[in-house]
Ligand binder design. Structure first.
Ligand code: TRP
Length: 341
């Protein structure tokens, strides 16, 4: 069976973009059709300035929301990255395979490092090595497919390169993964800035619908979305990014087609109203389930404990093989030591 691996960083509250662009597909499709592994990648949440208490809170909330979105621990594996040591173990090995030049070419590094420098801050070394850790996440599980947004395609490409290079130098160890862009998913843009993605880490509140926003907050944000000059509702990514984003969100929520939805809406106001209600309806069951799960923290803990155990059992043999292949001396097991004496 195809092994699928994906991760979400707990660097902000999860958004409608995370849900429509990824989580919903994982629940509806991937967990049924593949051997799917989903991870809250908390180690990745420390590459820029972070608050320990917030990281802990967002990690728990992220895991709870994955379950609320319909990931079923009977069908797939859900866990927290830092609960499984294999990620960090393999990451170091891959740092001995990747090159400095390769890291500095990563678009996301260049962008984020530049942003940090403008703020006068220092750039953490982990921001540079982050794609190696991500490669370790993927390769430790022998993932065939990695469903990610297009902003992560370059990182998955690096994971492929490292797998191929390691296999050539040290013998076949890793499955060579490929990125899969979600089949049906919407690419949800920021409501205030419809040419950039609705990212959770941006923290420019009014343009971002969070999964846990109250219905009235959702309505307000959608009704205040930036639209374009002109009056008629037309689907046009380039010319009408604001209206097009609303059409895509509405289509994703109702299973409709954005072009035909443009035809049946006479005004921006009508489109906004329908979109707001559609989003509220899509979020309703997720929020209800989240509330139930929060009332039963022991259940979530148990799911994560069991998930980490399953994940460890999957990753351990591959990472051990990589250790041996690259030349690290295997430790002698305890009983053998005793026997030798
Ligand atoms: N880098 C990804 C992001 O920012 C998150 C991530 C970390 C990931 N490790 C992964 C995604 C492994 C897929 C597979 O969205």
């Amino acid at each position: 069976m195809t092994r699928v691996f994906s991760g979400i960083k707990p660097t902000g509250h999860l958004t409608l973009g995370n849900y429509l662009g990824a989580m919903r597909q994982w629940a509806a499709v991937d967990q049924h059709q593949a051997d799917a592994v989903f991870c809250i990648v908390d180690l990745h949440g420390m590459t820029v300035d972070h608050d320990p208490a917030r990281l802990r809170r967002l990690t728990r909330q992220g895991a709870t929301l994955l379950l609320a979105a319909g990931l079923d621990p009977e069908l797939c594996t859900v866990f927290v990255q830092s609960h499984v040591d294999e990620h960090a173990r393999l990451s170091y090995v891959l740092e001995c395979v990747a090159t400095d030049g390769e890291m500095r070419r990563m678009f996301q590094y260049k962008e984020k490092a530049a942003r940090e420098r403008v703020r006068g801050g220092s750039v953490r070394l982990s921001l540079l090595t982050y794609p190696v850790l991500m490669a370790a996440d993927i390769l430790a599980y022998g993932a065939d497919e990695v469903p990610v947004g297009d902003d992560q395609a370059q990182h998955v490409e690096l994971a492929r390169d490292l797998a191929v290079r390691f296999n050539q130098r040290y013998g076949h160890t890793f499955v060579v993964p490929k990125a899969t862009l979600p089949r049906v998913a919407a690419r949800v843009m920021n409501l205030q800035e419809p040419t950039s993605k609705m990212g959770k880490s941006d923290d420019s509140g009014p343009g971002i619908v969070y999964l846990l926003d109250e219905p009235d907050v959702v309505r307000k944000k959608v009704m205040r979305a930036v639209t374009d000059s002109g009056r008629e509702v037309v689907y046009d990514r380039e010319g009408r990014p604001g209206v097009t984003n609303l059409l895509e969100i509405l289509a994703a929520c109702t299973g409709g087609n954005p072009e035909s939805l443009a035809d049946v809406h006479q005004s921006y106001g009508a489109l906004k109203k329908d979109t707001a209600e559609a989003v509220v309806e899509v979020l309703r069951p997720v929020q209800a389930r989240h509330k139930e799960l929060c009332a039963d923290p022991g259940y979530v803990e148990e799911v994560l404990r069991h998930g980490a155990e399953k994940a460890r059992a999957m990753a351990r043999p591959t990472v051990d093989t990589a250790y041996r292949a690259i030349g690290l001396l295997p430790p002698v097991a305890e009983p053998a030591l005793n026997a030798a004496r």
